[in-house]
Design a protein around this ligand. Structure first.
Ligand code: GLN
Length: 311
C-alpha cells in the first residue's frame, strides 16, 4: 500500500466507526462526581487521527473541546522527567496498580510510594515535584502544553478546577497520607491546586492528537522538530501508558486495542502508534472503571480493521 492508500483506508475506517457508534444504543454514564462534568452532552462522539507528517483525519465532534482530566497526567509526567529525570522513580513506581485510580488502600500498604504516575496518588507526587522544580509551575505547565499544540488559546477551565478542588476530599486524603510518609514536600493545598488545574485543561480531539504526536515520534515535536524528551524517556512514558493508562482496565485495553494510551473521566482517550500516528477519541459516557465506554470500542474497531495495533 502507498502512503496515500493508507491514509484513504484510515479515513474510510474512521468515518465508518463514527456511523456505527452513532447508531449504537447509549452505554455508560457521564462522570458526575466533579461538579461541571455532569453538564457535558453525553452522546458526543468525535475522533481524530494525526500522522507524523501532520495529516489530519477527523469525524464527528472532533472540534468540540472537552475536559482532559487524567489525560493531562502525561503532560505533567513529561515535564517532571525533563526536570528531574530518573530521580523521579525514587518517589513513584512504574507498575500497574490493578486498583481504581483514586484508591487509598495500596498506598498505605506500600508506605506512601504510588504504584505509577497515572493513578491519582502518582500524579499528585508529580505535581509536588513540579512545584519544587519551577517557580510558577501552573504557568510552566500551560506554556508547555501550548507549545505542544502550537496554540496560545489553550487554557485551564477555572470553574472545573475550582469545583473539583472543593469536592476533592479523596485527593486531599491521598496527599496527606503521602505527606505522612514524607513523599510530599509542599503544602497540601498547593499540590491539590496544581493537580486540579492540570486536570481541568480543555481541548478538542484534533488538538489532543497533535499534542501527543511527539510520543509517536521518538520524543521529537513534529511541528518544530524540537527534541522534547529523549528517545529513552519517550520509551518509558509509552511503556507506562501501555501498562497503567487505564488503571484497573489496562490489561483489557491492551488486549482489545493494543496501543499505548491514556484515558480521562471527561470521556477522552488518546493512543499512539509509534512511528505512525496519534489517535484521539471523545465519548463522554464512562464504564464502571471510569474509562470511555464507546471510546475503547471505537479504538478497538480501528486497530482491528486497519491491523495497526503494536502487537
Ligand atoms: N481529576 C480527576 C480525579 O482526580 C481525574 C480522574 C480521571 O480522569 N481518571 O478524580
Amino acid at each position: 500500500m502507498t502512503s496515500s492508500d493508507i491514509i484513504d483506508n484510515y479515513s474510510r475506517q474512521i468515518n465508518a466507526i463514527n456511523d456505527q457508534i452513532r447508531k449504537s444504543p447509549p452505554m455508560g454514564k457521564v462522570a458526575s462526581y466533579i461538579p461541571g462534568l455532569d453538564r457535558v452532552p453525553p452522546d458526543l462522539f468525535g475522533m481524530t487521527l494525526m500522522t507524523l507528517d501532520e495529516t489530519v483525519i477527523s469525524a464527528g465532534d472532533s472540534k468540540t473541546p472537552f475536559s482532559l482530566q487524567s489525560i493531562s497526567k502525561v503532560f505533567s509526567l513529561t515535564l517532571a522527567l525533563k526536570a528531574v529525570d530518573e530521580e523521579l522513580w525514587d518517589r513513584v513506581g512504574v507498575e500497574p496498580s490493578g486498583n481504581a485510580f483514586n484508591s487509598l488502600i495500596q498506598l498505605e500498604l506500600e508506605k506512601g510510594k504510588p504504584r505509577n504516575p497515572f493513578i491519582n496518588a502518582g500524579a499528585l507526587v508529580i505535581c509536588d515535584v513540579l512545584i519544587s522544580a519551577y517557580d510558577q509551575p501552573k504557568q510552566k505547565l500551560l506554556e508547555f502544553v501550548r507549545f505542544l499544540v502550537c496554540s496560545d488559546e489553550l487554557s485551564y477551565n477555572q470553574s472545573i478546577a475550582e469545583s473539583e478542588k472543593k469536592s476533592s476530599y479523596r485527593n486531599a486524603a491521598l496527599i496527606n497520607l503521602m505527606k505522612d510518609f514524607n513523599n510530599i514536600k509542599n503544602p497540601t493545598d498547593r499540590v491539590l491546586d496544581l493537580y486540579c488545574y492540570l486536570c481541568s485543561l480543555e481541548m478538542n480531539c484534533e488538538s489532543l492528537a497533535h499534542t501527543f504526536l511527539f510520543l509517536a515520534n521518538q520524543g521529537i515535536h513534529p511541528s518544530s522538530n524540537e527534541q522534547v524528551i529523549t528517545p529513552s524517556q519517550t520509551k518509558r512514558i509509552n511503556a507506562i501508558m501501555q501498562l497503567c493508562g487505564f488503571y484497573d482496565e489496562a490489561g483489557e485495553f491492551a488486549y482489545r486495542v493494543g496501543l499505548p494510551g491514556k484515558s480521562g473521566v471527561g470521556g477522552g482517550i488518546i493512543a499512539i502508534k509509534p512511528c505512525q500516528y496519534a489517535i484521539a477519541v471523545l465519548s463522554p459516557r464512562l464504564n464502571k472503571r471510569g474509562n470511555s465506554y464507546q471510546g475503547i470500542h471505537a479504538l478497538e474497531l480501528f486497530t482491528s480493521s486497519t491491523a495497526s495495533s503494536i502487537f
